[in-house]
Design a protein around this ligand. Structure first.
Ligand code: NIG
Length: 403
């Protein structure tokens, strides 16, 4: 089956020297634009890209009429598998109760943990599938989904199985992450010991090579506990860490030292830590919907990029701090509040987000890569960041199929 998309403004995100490596510093803003071009898709792959390409006579033709064609969004940080809701807690927050206070009182993550424990694997998979469909409509073709609302080996496995199940029934790609250090029950030291000794080996047996994550924060996992878990995990798994969301505790230098794939959040990160992170291989992931929903604090991504950092952008879709599935909204917020240009935000949401997930076959429009493509209604990609709250997507091609 072949598909020819013609007369498109193509944002290839390709760069002759960088390949699949994350774009950093000023190179982030280079979208590799072909102003009037064509893309040929054969089966699930991009077969050719250029101003003119040779296409089979029977190829289905999509006339783009000058509209923007870009790689499918890669949402590289979500907690999109959950049960229940957090509406009552949101009203508490609107009355001024801080997120960490609600967590300390046994709400927040813990209230979602209670709902997830009560839900069956089938219910969790079904709720996630619904959210994945909403994401696809807004151009997301690859999604990372974390566990972390189980807090027991059995419930974490239930979540990861539900994530795998929902992913297998979806047109796009789901990448699970084992968020083993999200919250804790009882004493942190005892709980963290149990996670390292019991939970991690069980998870690794059924999900070999799955990325392992921790939430390093006051009233959550300490630097010491996070480091112990990640030190152990990194022997067989990529590691990631939620760090400096509310408090700068010293986890950023540890993430760099441990060669974490990513350090996510960074709203409270010091300039010194951002400079060090920018000089490292660890990608900084920003989640501006979190500040927008929670407390109006945002990561200084513009500064980080100026220092030569590699930044990625994600929704953080979750019921507590970011109830959104929309990458276009994340782009709009990153440009308004984090200091990225529209072009930088697009690269952060595609090529760099794919790098966070270790995926080299997407995030760019190049021959041989997976055919995950988004055609916008717009002829100027800056509209993606400019518009608020609509759906800018005309058409999605996912794994070579129009969806
Ligand atoms: O990244 N902060 C930790 N984890 C999520 C929130 C999860 C929740 O509140 O349910 C976040 O913001």
């Amino acid at each position: 089956m072949s598909l020819l998309i013609r007369n498109a403004r193509i944002l290839t995100l390709a760069s002759s020297d960088a390949g699949a490596r994350p774009r950093r510093g000023r190179a982030l803003g280079d979208l590799g634009v072909i102003p009037h071009g064509e893309v040929l898709v054969v089966d699930d792959r991009i077969a050719a890209v250029g101003e003119k390409v040779d296409a089979p006579a029977d190829a289905e033709v999509i006339e783009a009429n000058g509209r923007v064609l870009l790689p499918g969004f890669v949402d590289c940080h979500t907690h999109a598998c959950w049960a229940g809701d957090r509406l009552a807690e949101w009203e508490q927050k609107l009355r001024g109760v801080p997120y960490l206070e609600i967590l300390k009182q046994g709400g927040g993550i813990h209230s979602t943990v209670r709902a997830v424990r009560e839900a069956t694997q089938k219910q969790l998979a079904s709720g996630l599938r619904d959210r994945l469909q909403l994401m696809l409509r807004e151009g997301t073709t690859t999604v990372e989904v974390k566990s972390g609302y189980g807090l027991s080996t059995e419930a974490e496995l239930k979540m990861l199985r539900a994530i795998r199940r929902a992913g297998s029934e979806w047109a796009g790609t789901v990448v699970p992450t084992a968020l083993l250090g999200h919250a804790f029950e009882g004493e942190l030291d005892d709980y963290a010991r149990m996670v390292v000794k019991e939970m991690l080996p069980e998870i690794a047996r059924e999900f070999p090579g799955v990325a392992v994550d921790a939430f390093c924060e006051r009233n959550a996992w300490s630097v010491e506990a996070s480091v112990k878990l990640l030190e152990k995990a990194r022997k067989h798994h990529p590691i990631r860490v939620h760090t400096d969301q509310f408090t700068s505790l010293g986890m950023v230098p540890e993430a760099i030292r441990l060669f974490a794939r990513s350090a996510d959040h960074l709203e409270a990160a010091t300039k010194k830590d951002l400079v060090a992170l920018a000089a490292s291989e660890t990608i900084g992931v920003i989640l501006p919907a979190t500040g927008f929903h929670t407390d109006q604090r945002y990561a200084r991504a513009g500064f980080f990029v100026d220092q030569g950092g590699a930044v990625a952008l994600a929704t953080n879709c979750n019921p507590g701090t970011a109830p959104t599935h929309s990458m276009p909204l994340a782009i709009a917020l990153a440009v308004r509040f984090c200091g990225l240009t529209s072009a930088e935000a697009i690269a952060a949401a595609t090529v760099n987000a794919a790098a966070v997930l270790g995926l080299t076959d997407r995030g760019r429009i190049e021959a041989g890569l997976r055919a995950d493509l988004v055609l916008l209604h717009h002829r100027d990609e800056r509209q993606l960041a400019y518009e608020l709250g609509g759906n800018p997507v005309e058409l999605v091609v996912c794994g070579g199929c129009r969806v």
